[in-house]
Design a protein around this ligand. Structure first.
Ligand code: SF4
Ligand code: SF4
Length: 377
């Protein structure tokens, strides 16, 4: 793994800090859709606080200098920004590979062409379901599904690689086979069958979203068979809900190890949910260079490496594999951000964690709290 040198002094052990490979740029929290599992924080950022394009371009140049290779342009919905082409062109100039993550309902063919000319290398479109009525109900947006299908066609017609993103939960999980067919039909290179992760809005809606364990296992079997059949044609990523896992995921590849998340207002986070942790101060690209924040800010140092761990992680053979799992989940469920992620079977709260999911999935789903500024904390 590549390491980066520390501009703030040789004493900081910089040789052991890996270079980040990816930067997630949340250009805005504005979005016409209202998905009840949105990964944006409950406290949505107002438009007045968004970084202007020239600051983003400078941040992306700094990111490339730091070692970042891939830029994920996200939101909210990034295409609400009229200056998106300028930001994408800045990324291309800096040599970044740009993945546009979009709900696609605001795209026109002309806009997509302009974005491709500016430097978009790849497009990822999220679908709420494969069945039109249910898809639009979950997005809380009329005629969205039809627009997404049209936009996906433009992506392929322009010769851009396409990823179909399918956030899965109890209210669309039976559509997994249809999602695979959809990705094939659209000529996608990649399909993400990603069970929603329960932070922020999804945590608020957990009971309405949690599938049963049997449903999750069935979807895993369907994906395994499709992977075999579509080898060399379609790559299928599969993410299970942590509540039914035995081991946690290495969240973001480990805290401060590979990914930088920059919020619409310029705060630099190790992951998009990190602001749910109390007492951490996340520095801003307006005040300090990206390099210095990555290398030496308190928030990035806090859970980097393994010194912060408690038992059972501290003496566990997997501590440099999953890095103790997710700090946000540990805090949300255990109330201690240093605790072992309850998704791990070695956590004393693992059984209670799984029981929560079983209990919620057993009842009829409650109504959604849709993601909106009005519902925002
Ligand atoms: S998850 Fe839905 S509401 Fe959230 S940014 Fe994406 S499209 Fe918009
Ligand atoms: S005890 Fe900690 S390091 Fe070991 S597998 Fe569980 S979460 Fe990972």
């Amino acid at each position: 793994m590549t390491a980066v040198a520390n501009s703030s002094g040789p004493q900081a052990g910089a040789l052991h800090i890996p270079a980040p490979v990816g930067l997630l740029a949340e250009l805005t929290h504005r979005c016409p859709l209202q998905c009840p599992y949105c990964s944006n924080p409950l406290a949505l950022e107002r438009v007045a606080n968004e970084l202007p394009a020239d600051v983003w371009v400078d941040v992306l140049k700094q990111a490339a200098d730091l070692g970042v290779l891939q830029l994920h342009v996200s939101g909210g919905e990034p295409t609400v920004r009229r200056d998106l082409e300028e930001i994408v062109a800045g990324a291309a100039k800096a040599g970044l590979y740009t993945n546009l993550i979009t709900a696609a309902v605001l795209l026109t063919r002309d806009r997509l062409e302009k974005l491709a000319q500016a430097g978009v290398d790849h497009v990822q479109i999220s679908f709420q379901d494969t069945e039109l009525t249910n898809a639009d109900r979950i997005a809380h947006y009329e005629r969205g599904h039809a627009k997404k299908l049209e936009a996906a066609g433009w992506v392929r017609a322009l010769g851009l690689p396409l990823t179909v993103n399918a956030p899965i939960h109890r209210q669309n999980i039976e559509s997994v086979p249809a999602f695979i067919e959809l990705a094939e039909r659209l000529g996608a290179q990649r399909l993400e069958v990603a069970h929603v992760q329960y932070y922020g809005w999804a945590l608020k809606n957990r009971q309405a979203l949690m599938p049963t364990r049997a449903q999750v296992l069935r979807s895993a079997e369907i994906v395994a068979k499709a992977r075999e059949r579509l080898k060399g044609i379609l790559v299928i990523d599969f993410v299970v809900p942590d509540y039914y896992a035995r081991r946690p995921k290495p969240c973001m590849g480990g805290w401060g190890r590979g990914i930088i998340n920059v919020t619409p207002a310029g705060k630099v986070l190790p992951c998009h949910a990190a602001e749910s942790l109390p007492g951490l101060v996340f520095e801003n690209v307006r005040d300090r260079s990206l390099r210095d924040i990555w290398l030496s800010s308190d928030a990035f140092q806090k859970f980097r490496h393994t010194e912060w761990m408690q038992e059972p992680c501290r003496s566990c053979e997997f501590k440099e594999v999953d890095w103790g799992g997710c700090r946000c989940q540990a805090f949300a469920f255990v109330g201690d951000m240093r605790a072992t992620d309850p998704a791990c079977s070695k956590s004393s709260l693992h059984a209670a964690f799984a029981d929560t999911a079983h209990g919620e999935a057993a009842g009829a789903p409650g109504p959604f709290v849709f993601r909106s500024l009005r519902a925002s904390a």
